[in-house]
Every structure is written in C-alpha cells, then in structure tokens.
Design a binder for this molecule. Structure first.
Ligand code: PXG
Length: 460
C-alpha cells in the first residue's frame, strides 16, 4: 500500500453493503453488484486512492467539478468556520445572511455586467428545473403567458430530475419516465458524426437553422426559451462549429426566445474563460450553474438571470411562488466563496487559458495527431475529447464504438488514470490546478490506454 492511512473495512465488506442498499447512477445494478464498485477513500490534489491502496490520476475532476482538486484546506476551513457561526439559515420569510450575500457579490464581479440576479439551488438539475418555471414566469409577467415551450437538443444533458431530463435529449432517459409537455428538441451540432459532406461551417449553420424551423413550426408566440450547453459535456464533449452560436443568438433575438446557457460543466474556468459562453462569444439571457461553483466540495447550483429578466421579475412580477429550503445554504455559500476567491486570487483561470490549457492541447496533438485510432481532437482549456474512428477518410465510426470506449476507460483505470468514455469518444477534464507534470502523466497514461484499445480494434 502507498497510503498514508488504512481503510477501516475490507473492500469486499464495503461492496457487499453498497450492493445491499444502493441504486447507482446509469448502471445495470445487478451487473455492478456482481462486479463490485471501486471504493474511493481519499483525495489529494489531482489524485484519488481506492480502498485497495491503488492511486489514480483523476482526469475528470470527479464529475467535471473539482476545479481546485481534492484536499483544499482553505475550503474545509471555510466550511468549518461557517458551521460554527451559522450552520443553517434560509432566504424565506424576509431573511438573508452574510455568506450568501458575499458569495453573490463575488459571483457577479466575475460575470459579464449584464447579469444581476441569481436563484440558488443545490444542483444543476435543480437549476434547470428552476429555469423552466422562471422563464415561464418571466413571459407571464410580460403579458405573454402562452410562451411556454422550451426547446433543447437531442443528446443534450441538463440533469436527471423529471423536467431537467425532458429538457435534455437523451432518448433513453425520456423512455424511462423522463418527459413533460411543452418541450421540443433539435439536432446537436456534432459535425464529425453527422456533418456528412458539409464543411463544419456549413453544418454549424444548418444545425442552427433547425432552431428557426422549429420555432416557426411551433409558433414563436408559444416558444419561451432555447436551452443548450455551450459545448456538450455528458453527450460526448462536442464543440459546435464556429458558425453555430452567432446564428443561434441571431435566431433567439429575432423571435424573442430566451437564450439559456447550461454552464454546469462549462462554468468556472474550464475553457480558460470564467464561463464557456465567453469562449464562444455569445450572450445568453440565463446561465445554469453548479459543479465548479464549489469545486464539488458541497452541493450548490443556481440560475443566473440577466438584468433585463431580473428587472421584469422584481419590478413588475410581484410574488414569485418559488423557494427551496437550502437555497443559498450558508455553508455551501461559504465554500463557494472560498473556492471562487482561490480561482481568482491564484490566477487559476488565466493559467488555464495561457499556460496549462495550451500545454495539454499541444501534448495531445503531438501524441494523438497521427494516431490510427483517433480521428479528431477537440476541446480547449483543460477540456479535451478524442474521437475514435475506423476510417479517417470517410469519418466512419466503429459499430461497437461504445464498447471500445468503455474498454479504453477500463484500461485507463488499470493504468491508474481516470478518463471518461462516451459514445466513441474519450474525454478528459482534469482539475484546473493541474501542473505540467500531471498533464504529462495524464496524456501518457491515456496513450497507453488508447494504444491497448487500438490493438483490440485491430488498428495497432
Ligand atoms: N447540466 C449539465 C450540462 C450537466 O452536465 C447537469 C446539468 C445536472 O447537474 P446535477 O448537479 O444535478 O448532476 C449536469 C450534470 C458525466 C456526468 O458522466 C455529467 C453530469 C453529471 C454526472 C455525470 O458526464 N452532468
């Protein structure tokens, strides 16, 4: 064991109890029970240790959220101090508290100037639930209550609760009780898989024009908002062509449809900008945030509103019948404040943009630029996807690309690196504090996992 601690129980004992009590996320539970999940017991910086003492470089920041890495003493100290002082209070019935006020001051100092208000939640799914009601309320206040329909994208991901999964475009989630009325979807801008003979720019415009067609089909007078991730995360870390966002923005403005960016993954420095919409250069009306807001140390999310929306809701809206027990929870707020201060004061976001992001992408292009299994390298900042391909000339993908990617992920675990597999793409999103040496290790171990996968795919 290379551990500075001893796990308190045997791995098998943890696994048996886990199997007895848990339904895990997105998994065949019976199969997982037979295999037994890895039991993670410690984290420090970019590294995790499991109950067997094996060390992993976490190339996914947990679930795209531990911007500062694990084990930050300033965050634990902020939580402990706030717990001592005021462990809980709320924002109901005419009360507030300093932790949430100070967090919002800092949050809005980091955001572009046209945002002014936020409704805090405990998660990204909740942020998107709140989004639907807030957007509909906004149109009611403006005297257009029939504007109710939300348009999302196929293969988008906005969370796992009922309305959030309906906004998302994962059909297998819809089939498991995940649909609500007044939601529609358009295609995702995934050029590599769906672009055919079109250039990326042509394809980006084509995908954006689907929004216009959908709005006209539904009637602009019925459409409340369009929600999308600036780049798709869970759906494969897909970056739209450059032509996409300007056209989407034009269409939303033209038809008076709110542009709602889901920044749950893209927010808080991931792309080298504070928010991913800044990287792509568009101006959403709302931002759904979570994950990196607290570096994942405590659950917290929120819905950020533009001044225009907030002004209507505050000045003309009267009572908004909405509230969560834990909105702006003081301990989560104190941790978020410490987290954002660290990201700002240690220059971490700038470092991702100017130094570590370009360093990672240079490495990836050196190692995978001519790799027989990799057809495309996408991403920016500390965010990258490697596309598996069977035939580079035609961009033909493997029929079993999902299995190959899962196999690659398993090889990664064996090599001591955690990378994420999605349909035929391998994703990395390491903590924003990653050093050059850690990025070297991430790419090197990923290369071993990809080479092993290439061998079973007959490409090496
Ligand atoms: N929006 C986006 C864009 C997300 O990625 C959510 C909303 C929901 O957030 P909560 O906090 O309710 O989970 C997410 C969550 C993956 C993975 O494997 C991605 C997410 C969650 C779990 C796994 O890619 N994203």
């Amino acid at each position: 064991m290379n551990l500075p601690f001893e796990p308190q129980r045997q791995t098998r004992d943890y696994q048996a109890s886990d199997a007895a009590h848990h339904i895990h996320a997105f998994v065949d539970q019976k199969a997982l029970n037979a295999e037994g999940p890895r039991v993670m017991v410690r984290g420090e910086g970019l590294y995790l240790w499991d109950s067997e003492g094996k060390r992993y470089l976490d190339g996914m920041s947990g679930l795209w959220c531990t911007q500062l890495g694990y084990g930050r003493k300033d965050l634990t100290a902020a939580a402990a101090a706030q717990m001592d002082q005021l462990a809980y209070y709320n924002m109901f019935f005419h009360t507030t508290h300093p932790a949430v006020i100070e967090l919002s001051e800092l949050l809005f100092s980091l955001l572009p100037g046209h945002y002014s208000h936020v409704i805090y939640t405990n998660s990204g799914s909740e942020a998107n639930e709140v989004l639907i009601r807030t957007v509909r309320r906004y149109w009611q206040v403006l005297g257009k209550p029939q504007k109710k329909i939300m348009i999302g994208r196929w293969n988008g991901y906005h969370g796992s609760t009922l309305a959030a999964s309906a906004l998302g475009g994962m059909k297998f989630m819809h089939e498991m009780g995940g649909l609500i009325p007044d939601v529609a979807h358009i295609d995702e801008p995934y050029w590599y898989a769906q672009g055919g003979e079109l250039t990326p720019a042509e394809f980006g415009r084509r995908c954006a024009l689907q929004l216009e067609e959908k709005i006209l089909e539904l009637g602009a007078q019925n459409v409340a908002g369009f929600i999308a991730e600036p780049f798709q995360g869970a759906g494969g870390m897909i970056f739209p062509p450059e032509s996409y966002w300007p056209e989407i923005q034009r269409i939303c403005r033209q038809y008076d449809v709110l542009l709602c960016a889901d920044e749950v993954i893209g927010g808080f420095g991931r792309t080298g900008e504070w928010f991913a919409h800044q990287h792509f250069g568009f101006e959403p009306d709302t931002l759904s945030i979570a994950k990196g807001l607290t570096s994942g140390y405590l659950p917290m999310g929120g819905l950020v509103l533009s001044k225009r929306m907030a002004e209507a809701l505050v000045e003309r809206g009267g009572v908004f019948a909405h509230g969560l027990t834990y909105s702006g929870h003081p301990v989560a707020a104190a941790v978020a404040l410490a987290n954002l201060k660290a990201l700002r004061d240690e220059g971490i976001v700038r470092q991702v943009k100017d130094d570590t992001g370009p360093y990672l992408h240079k490495l990836l292009h050196e190692v995978f630029g001519n790799h027989p299994l990799i057809g495309e390298i996408q991403g920016t900042g500390l965010l990258a996807a490697l596309q598996f391909v069977e035939d580079k000339g035609t961009r033909k993908r493997f029929a079993n690309e999902n299995d190959l990617a899962w196999q690659c992920r398993t090889f990664g675990f064996e090599e001591g690196v955690i990378i994420r597999s999605t349909l035929g793409r391998m994703i990395m999103a390491p903590a924003l504090v990653a050093s050059h040496a850690e990025l070297d290790e991430l790419v090197d171990k990923t290369r071993i996992a990809v080479d092993r996968t290439a061998r079973i795919a007959g490409k090496l």
